[in-house]
Design a protein around this ligand. Structure first.
Ligand code: SF4
Length: 325
């Protein structure tokens, strides 16, 4: 397999300013040194609690937000330093599906114009070819061409997300960042959208960076899982292996917190995390998870554990990961 996207020491710090002159008094460390490779054709699921930095990662990778430090390479091109001409080319290869299909579509544009917009910017198509391509895209995502002249408010949440996916597919992208694409949808519709994304991946050999807070959703769609905590990756590995035997106490707690549809399930075995996610403006020293970790020892308060390979392809940022094998 070849790396399609390589993220190296990526940091995004949002300055905290105070006073009349806007003096910087601190920074929110949304991303704090992320290293990650996404192989061509794989779905990398990025999971973590709200506020852990996962959506920021998706936006910085696509240069929708500027990075503070680090590098993002799409094949050999550095996305973060690309000039306007190269960036325009990259925009065709890299697309995003947003979390909220209610807010991400312009309510004043009809579906035809929404899906046609990237084609008008990036391709010179005749009127007939443009119409044919828009209808083809709507068909691909399971929408009827008769719906093309309706407005977003006339659609259900699932249908709006299909419109967002059609728009993302318009330019034949190679990598799609799907940022919580099903979390705003009813459970019954979630599976339809996930299956649509899986079908499209197969048909167009797509690569996904799939961001979600729901581990079951991530497990269903991902080849590998990356777990994020306070702007850093704490675990990485093949989806089934991570789910069966997590090598970080945080992943273990996330899995244990997932609802189990079994009335006989012994809920006393659940790991309940104490407290909330600490503020990324003032992360704890040492292992940032030590304030909530049931396995924490004195060493964890002072020594930051690096993300290291515990088994081939299995990475964990815990001093005591071997105890979980
Ligand atoms: Fe818990 Fe210590 Fe491992 Fe951090 S390094 S996850 S605090 S045991």
């Amino acid at each position: 397999m070849t790396a399609l996207l390589t993220i190296t020491n990526l940091k995004k710090h949002f300055p905290i300013r105070k006073g009349f002159f806007g003096r910087q008094v601190g920074a929110v460390r949304a991303l704090d040194g992320v290293n990650l490779t996404i192989e061509a054709g794989e779905t990398l699921g990025l999971v973590g609690e709200s506020g852990c930095g996962k959506s920021t990662l998706g936006r910085v990778v696509l240069r929708l937000l500027p990075a503070t430090e680090g590098q993002v390479h799409f094949e050999d091109t550095n996305v973060l330093t690309a000039d306007n001409k190269t960036l325009k080319k990259l925009r065709r290869d890299l697309q995003i599906v947003f979390q909220n299909p209610y807010a991400s579509l312009d309510p004043r544009m009809n579906v035809f114009d929404i899906v046609a917009e990237p084609l008008l910017v990036h391709r010179k198509l005749s009127k007939q070819d443009l119409q044919a391509r828009v209808f083809e895209l709507l068909d691909l995502v399971g929408l009827n061409k008769d719906m093309a002249y309706r407005y977003p408010h006339q659609f259900s949440g699932g249908q709006r997300q299909r419109i967002g996916i059609a728009r993302a597919l318009a330019l034949h992208p190679r990598l799609i960042v799907a940022d919580e694409p099903v979390s705003a949808l009813d459970v019954s519709v979630q599976a339809q959208i996930l299956n649509l994304l899986l079908d499209l991946k197969k048909e167009f050999k797509l690569t996904y960076l799939f961001i979600a807070h729901n581990l079951d959703v991530i497990r269903y769609i991902s080849d590998r899982i990356a777990v994020m905590y306070l702007g850093k990756l704490v675990e990485l590995g093949k989806s089934e292996e991570v789910y069966k035997r997590p090598l970080h106490p945080y992943t273990k707690a996330l899995i244990s917190a997932a609802p189990v549809p079994d009335p006989n399930f012994d809920r006393s075995k659940r790991i309940v995390l104490q407290g909330d996610l600490p503020s990324p403006a003032n992360p704890p020293p040492g292992c940032t998870f030590h304030t909530r970790c049931p396995m924490a020892e004195e060493r964890c308060k002072v020594e930051e554990p690096p993300l290291r390979e515990i088994q081939p392809g299995r990475f964990s940022a815990c001093h005591f990961a071997e105890k979980l094998l």
